[in-house]
Design a protein around this ligand. Structure first.
Ligand code: NAD
Length: 468
């Protein structure tokens, strides 16, 4: 499938049209924002079948998973915006002034024209959850979907003009040159969801115009399995969250630090769950996806090959049955790591159906292992002890954290979602998105009657009279 890339002239025209529209104030009134959000809701809801087909082609996703992780989540986020933006955007009167009867307000204003660059791994949810927040806050926006999910990205390009006001919201498709052209324009806000290295490119480009950025990046999200963990539920929840979407989830468990007392039991249970979930040949499982591209397939295979000399054990999967043509890598659990050695699999974010399991001697050792590495997007602990969980919460640093499950920080109701340090900056979802995409303007309104400030500011300055 060839995705139609926009031409340079089309990109320029899109920028000119949406920025001219923004200056007219068209997107500011709440009824307009709500109407466009309702249109966005319809765009997703009325085209569920088409999105299903597109994501099956892009990621080999089954209908159930697309519905739960892309359609429902997107519809919920849009509905949340429709229901709440007027409340979130209400001007707050915070005080009467110090010197006289002035009123101090905080007024929420849109930032202006936003650029929303989204990845391919949840090509609908990650586009819609950011885009809905941007519309909700009253901005114009250009959405740049990923060229690596061409079916879904083309569908966005086809559907946008049918549902949304094209003078305010556009889709631009393309790869690096098209994104680079977009980044030359002085957007008022840029949201980027993707890898940390590209995040740096985006922030540098934004800096030229002093454009504020929301960076939703990645990282190696660790899991600590404590000796008192419930092994059955731990193995189940780690297996389903790791291998869903072929490990291509920003908050997927990247590697496991399991306490040596329970390592054997945990690894045996993990193997049993993986085999039960995906059967003897995961390639044939309707619930097992694919790596997004042959390039990514080669990247993952290289990591596995580079570690081939290390004495690692493939408890499940491994490189032998991988198939580049089909973009298939089996669910792979790897053990036998030493904490004092370097491994290719432990260098960067895996973003793959490959799960290193590392035995560790204590919770303190696990915390040190985690804190010695760049701050991840999420961190997880599995334990039945409140004290172990509290210690993990206090002593490790990450964008978000969960106990006894993975992934769920993304969908935690009404909570901010975002990274810290190399895993991102800023946060969104619910009111946090509205705040992120708005400017909080302080407004002070005075009366015209004389007040004490007039006296204090009028020369001559009289220290003795003014001091308290
Ligand atoms: P990516 O950074 O390769 O690409 C994302 C977007 O950036 C695409 O639209 C692409 O066209 C554009 N792009 C790529 N290279 C560029 C360049 N040199 N200049 C300008 N634009 C460029 O990311 P990806 O591989 O598609 O996504 C995977 C990464 O995204 C993982 O690291 C994952 O953890 C992260 N991610 C983070 C979140 C989050 O919410 N924090 C969500 C999903 C994915």
């Amino acid at each position: 499938m060839s995705l139609r890339y926009n031409t340079s002239a089309e990109i320029k025209e899109a920028w000119e049209v949406v920025s001219a529209t923004y200056r007219t104030g068209k997107t500011r009134p709440f009824p307009f924002r709500r109407e466009q959000l309702r249109q966005l809701y319809k765009l997703i809801n009325e085209n569920q079948d088409a999105f299903n087909v597109a994501m099956d082609k892009d990621l080999k996703r089954n209908k159930h998973d697309t519905y739960v992780y892309e359609i429902l989540t997107s519809l919920n986020d849009i509905a949340d915006q429709v229901a709440n933006i007027e409340k979130w955007g209400e001007t707050e009167v915070i005080a009467s002034g110090t010197f006289g009867g002035e009123r101090v307000e905080i007024q929420y204003e849109p930032l202006g024209v936003a650029l929303d660059i989204v990845p391919w791994n949840y090509p609908v949810f990650l586009a819609i959850s950011t885009f809905a927040g941007i519309i909700g806050a009253g901005n114009c926006c250009i959405l740049k979907p990923s060229e690596l999910s061409p079916y879904t990205s083309q569908l966005f390009a086809d559907l946008f003009p049918k549902y949304l006001d094209q003078s305010c919201y556009r889709v631009i498709n393309g790869a690096v040159p098209e994104t680079t052209q977009l980044l030359e324009y002085p957007f008022n806000q840029i949201t980027y969801t993707g890898s940390t290295p590209v995040g740096k490119i985006i922030q540098s480009a934004a800096a030229k115009h002093l454009t504020p950025v929301l960076l939703e990046l990645g990282g190696k999200s660790p899991v600590y399995v404590a000796p008192d963990a419930d092994i059955k539920i731990t193995a189940l929840r780690i297996a389903v969250t790791k291998f869903f979407n072929n490990g291509q989830t920003c908050v997927t468990p990247d590697y496991i630090l399991v306490h040596k007392k329970v390592a054997a039991a945990f690894i045996a249970e993990l193997k049993a769950v993986v085999e039960k979930n995906y059967g003897p040949d995961p390639k044939k499982s309707a619930d097992y996806g694919r790596v997004i591209s042959k390039n990514h397939h080669r990247r993952i295979m290289k990591l596995l090959e580079r570690d081939a000399a290390a004495e690692l054990t493939f408890v499940t999967g491994g490189p032998k049955t991988a198939d580049e043509e089909d973009r298939y890598i089996p669910p792979t659990v790897v053990t036998g790591f030493r904490t004092d050695k370097d491994y290719a699999l432990m260098e960067g974010e895996l973003f793959a159906p490959v799960l290193p399991v590392i035995e560790i001697g204590s919770q303190e050792e696990a915390h040190k292992f985690i804190n010695d590495r760049p701050h991840p997007l999420a961190a997880y602990v599995f334990s039945t002890s409140a004290a172990v969980i509290a210690k993990f919460q206090k002593e490790t640093h990450s964008g978000s954290m969960a106990a006894n499950d993975c992934h769920i920080t993304v969908t935690a109701p009404d909570a901010p979602f975002g990274g810290v340090g190399p895993s991102g900056m800023g946060a969104y979802h619910h009111k946090y998105g509205f705040d992120q995409f708005s400017h909080k303007k302080t407004v002070v309104i005075k009366k015209t009657s004389r007040d004490p400030l007039d006296g204090i500011r009028t020369p001559p300055g009289d220290y003795e009279r003014t001091k308290r």
